[in-house]
Design a protein around this ligand. Structure first.
Ligand SMILES: [Zn+2]
Ligand SMILES: [Zn+2]
Ligand SMILES: [Zn+2]
Ligand SMILES: [Zn+2]
Length: 455
């Protein structure tokens, strides 16, 4: 630091800039701004600075714990005519914008996924900063997450581990059947939060149940963490190293605040870290993990040597036993069952697909499952909002044959949504150049995953 003399402004500025650099990533530079204004000591500058800051803050979403009570009916705004049309269109536009940001080219993804869901069941989950309570909201979102996850990843399997009383607690075994997984968290009383969480115990337990998995499948851990402490028996950094070695991707959704170890777990293993601001943001953070992860981030972690050649893997399509077949022992539960599937290689009877055969280790999938996973590899390109019709526009939507409105509506005039909302209600596929209505656009991209015009 230069000596304090003569040119006071120079000294101050130099001091501030070096200090503010260090704090940039913590406070979005707000800290730096404040210091600079203080250093200059000019009333005009300070006033302007604080004004800017105030404006920026009001634009941001408030944290749930900062906000007063909210009235959900106030968030839906009617337009002048008393209609909810604009509110609905605004929601659609938000979805479209998110889709436009997604990569539309084919990238390599891991479609055979194994996820361990680690739920914090410590007493901090009883906090009511998220309504109705952290615990109830987590259970509700977990259910929705599991349903959506299996819909998008029919070849995947989910297991659930709870963190309670300083221990990891096995709540649901790894299973490819959504009903089994949902059943594991259906009993609210059995999961009643209590005591302190232990990150290390829970991660070790999750790691143990994924250690047998073959290398072509992804290993993922999603931690929902409400506490700000962890009570571990050993060094958690050893566990972190073990996760990196096992190529386990750890993602953390924190309900309270950022913890360094949580951030580090996510960063070093290629996962995602996020702190929940409010109920909607919580859901967004969680559902970001539904689409299969791109494979490049995994290769980046291993030190840059990208292996582009794909490994072939064996899969078997099982024979479904007819309902009238005689009872026989299944290999997964050792129970007498009349229905199930036969492993094509060793003829063992299993209850559910997809699964790995307990006898010969062959991966057993049904062909519809395999086909359903396919769309992630070749996503439908986002449709473009049409602002001007050409010479002879098609009068009807190519998807549902609904007639397009004759004259443009006024909603497209808002400059922030103009590029995502078409005033004509038309959305055009860049490949087949057919026009679709807004409803069909959402349906094609969220449910169908195939453009009806291109087929
Ligand atoms: Zn069985
Ligand atoms: Zn078999
Ligand atoms: Zn349509
Ligand atoms: Zn098309």
């Amino acid at each position: 630091m230069p000596p304090r003399r003569r040119d006071g402004a120079y000294v101050h500025n130099a001091g501030t800039s070096s200090e503010s650099e260090g704090f940039d990533d913590i406070d979005d530079g707000n800290y730096g701004d404040k210091r600079k204004n203080k250093g200059k000591g000019k009333a005009k500058d300070t006033g302007k600075g604080s004004q800017d800051k105030g404006k920026g803050k009001s634009k941001e979403q408030a944290y749930a714990w900062e906000a007063t009570y909210t009235r959900s009916w106030d968030t839906v705004q009617e337009d002048e005519g008393g209609s909810l049309q604009t509110a609905v269109e605004d929601l659609l536009a938000r979805g479209r914008r998110r889709r436009l940001l997604e990569p539309s080219s084919a990238i390599r993804r891991t479609i055979i996924r194994h996820l361990m869901l680690l739920l914090d069941l410590s007493s901090s989950m009883l906090d009511r900063d998220l309504r109705p309570s952290r615990f109830d909201l987590t259970l509700e979102y977990s259910r929705q997450f599991i349903v959506e996850w299996f819909d998008q990843n029919p070849l995947g399997q989910i297991g659930i581990v709870g963190m309670r009383g300083g221990l990891g607690e096995r709540i649901g075994d790894m299973s490819g059947n959504p009903q089994d997984v949902l059943k594991a968290i259906s009993d609210r009383r059995r999961l009643q939060p209590d005591g302190d969480p232990s990150l290390q115990n829970a991660i070790d337990m999750a790691r143990g149940s994924m250690s047998h998995l073959p290398t072509h499948s992804s290993r993922e851990i999603l931690i929902i963490y409400g506490s700000l402490t962890t009570c571990d028996p050993g060094n958690i950094h050893d566990t972190l190293d073990a996760c990196i070695n096992d190529k386990i991707r750890v993602s953390v959704v924190s309900l309270a605040a950022e913890m360094k170890i949580c951030r580090e777990l996510a960063n070093k293993t290629g996962g995602v870290f996020g702190v929940v601001m409010n109920e909607d943001h919580y859901k967004e953070l969680m559902f970001e993990l539904v689409p299969p992860p791109a494979q490049r981030s995994a290769s980046r972690l291993t030190g840059g040597s990208t292996n582009f050649s794909a490994d072939l893997m064996m899969m078997g399509f099982p024979t479904r036993l007819p309902d009238t077949s005689p009872l026989s022992l299944c290999v997964c539960h050792s129970q007498l069952k009349g229905e199930g599937f036969l492993c094509p290689r060793c003829k063992a009877q299993v209850c559910d697909v997809p699964t790995d055969c307990d006898i010969c280790g062959l991966m057993i999938v049904s062909s519809p499952h395999l086909a359903r996973s396919y769309h992630h590899l070749f996503p439908v390109k986002p449709y473009q909002a049409v602002t001007e019709t050409g010479l002879s526009p098609s009068p009807k939507c190519h998807g549902c044959s609904h007639s397009f409105p004759e004259k443009p509506s006024a909603t497209g005039s808002d400059p922030t949504t103009a590029d995502v909302i078409s005033p004509l209600g038309r959305y055009r596929c860049p490949d087949c150049e057919k026009d679709f209505c807004a409803d069909c656009d959402v349906f094609v991209h969220d449910v169908l995953h195939v453009c009806p015009g291109c087929q």
